[in-house]
Design a binder for this molecule. Sequence first.
Ligand code: ZN
Length: 580
Amino acid sequence: MASSQSSTETDWVSRFADDVIAESERRAPGKPVVVASGLSPSGPIHLGNLREVMTPHLVADEIRRRGYTVRHLISWDDYDRYRKVPNGVEGVDDSWQEHIGKPLTSVPAPAGSAYPNWAEHFKAAMTRALDELGVEYDGISQTQQYLAGTYREQILHAMRHRADIDAVLDRYRTKKDGAAGGKKPQQKKVDEAELEAAEGSGAASEDDGSSNAAGYFPYKPYCGNCEKDLTVVTSYDDDSTELNYTCSACGFAETVRLSEFNRGKLVWKVDWPMRWAYEGVIFEPSGVDHSSPGSSFVVGGQIVREVFDGVQPIGPMYAFVGISGMAKMSSSKGGVPTPADALKIMEAPLLRWLYARRKPNQSFKIAFDQEIQRLYDEWDSLARKVADGTVLPADAAAYARAIGTAAGELPSTPRPLPYRTLASVADITAGAEDQTLRILSELDPENPLTSLDEARPRLDRAESWISTQVPAEARTVVRQEPDKELLGSLDDKGRESLRLLLDGLETHWSLDGLTTLVYGVPKVLEGLEPDARPTPELKVAQRSFFALLYRLLVSRDTGPRLPTLLLAVGADRVRTLLGG
Ligand SMILES: [Zn+2]
């Protein structure tokens, strides 16, 4: 590490940036630094796969902040074969089975899509999410690259050296069972199990090509008749580049010349290292389940060196990103949460922060359940520490990486009211704007909110979370009429507690004021001062007082925090429901 940079080594991103800059200057002095990600638009792109992009993005962004030029390549692996029809995708039925084996860009888009094909349809959703996240990248369509003949020299080279490639692959073939092949972790792991069930054998060799009587070939044509990749190369001549293949799906056979033929691709385990060499990739992470012997990253390291005279990128393995509590109701995409789904319930900086604050080898979960409220509390507390200067250096670095990029700050909420408060208000008002503004402006009467725009976009995210992720039975429904039976059954102490609360409403009508009031009523009732320290007995009294209020207001034992609930219900209705 250069000593001049040691002061910037505050977090994992800085440390990788140091290594990547040093390696880039060694390998390609004066050239832009190249980092890469690969995404397969084989269906909805899972939120877990966002780590494939965010890891190099954060490193690239740090390098840009230091004044270097960086290219972050996102390879859209849209010339990969269509492996299976994903479940539960709107506008798709079993008839898509007939397209299995074609390039993803040759498969029709789901019915009703505005996009020309399958790959473009699923790329579009991801592209929008990446824009919102502030990810700057060069997208490369592998369909375009292959069809344009961009890799012609590399393909001819690989075919000339097919015996060398076969020898490298052969070192691992006996250990193949443990190797999951591709580098797209969550997606491919699932794919392969289902793939084997769906298609039997044949596809297992798809990642590294297969040998037949004519030998081993690292290249596979898509059939000139049916477009599928169920082709078998029957001969190849290095001098003329003449290649014969037959299609086992439709029986079509053809002779082509690889010096001019473009409708085919290198097998995955050769394709990936070829592109490392072609693009000069310095940094490209991959899923942690691909560190095993025989995995494409390990094999690729040997192929890039021995066949393409290149260097393997710095390639940390990243750990799994899980999801907690994605509600069924929002699974219009077959229960697969996408980055777009996450951005509906949380702001882009928060999502960036989840990736920035954890080292790639640490797994974490993205909360779609109640946990999102605690996460937002933590985020707000971090922002306060940044503002008052008490933040630790690593936390400050993660915060800075979350709120913006080298290009500038991302959009933020001018008045970031607590997410849990916004969620409670959205819960109670069901999104009614006038009521929402009334409640939010009463939270802090000294400095009232004057327009909902001040609370946006966070307010919109909280409303979306309530309406798409919180099940109906967990929603709060404020009573229309007082619970006369319960009110009539109260003893003197119960009635007195309600009277104390109602008497204090007018003078305590703010979030802070009502907090003091609801905690204070049980103290006064026990003959204590309103600011007395809580005793175990007092805590019991407070709990039963709160439960009484919840039952009278929302017919349940719990609910949103009481001060928020009281503000949301409104003073008049509180009086009615509490029998005042
Ligand atoms: Zn065919």
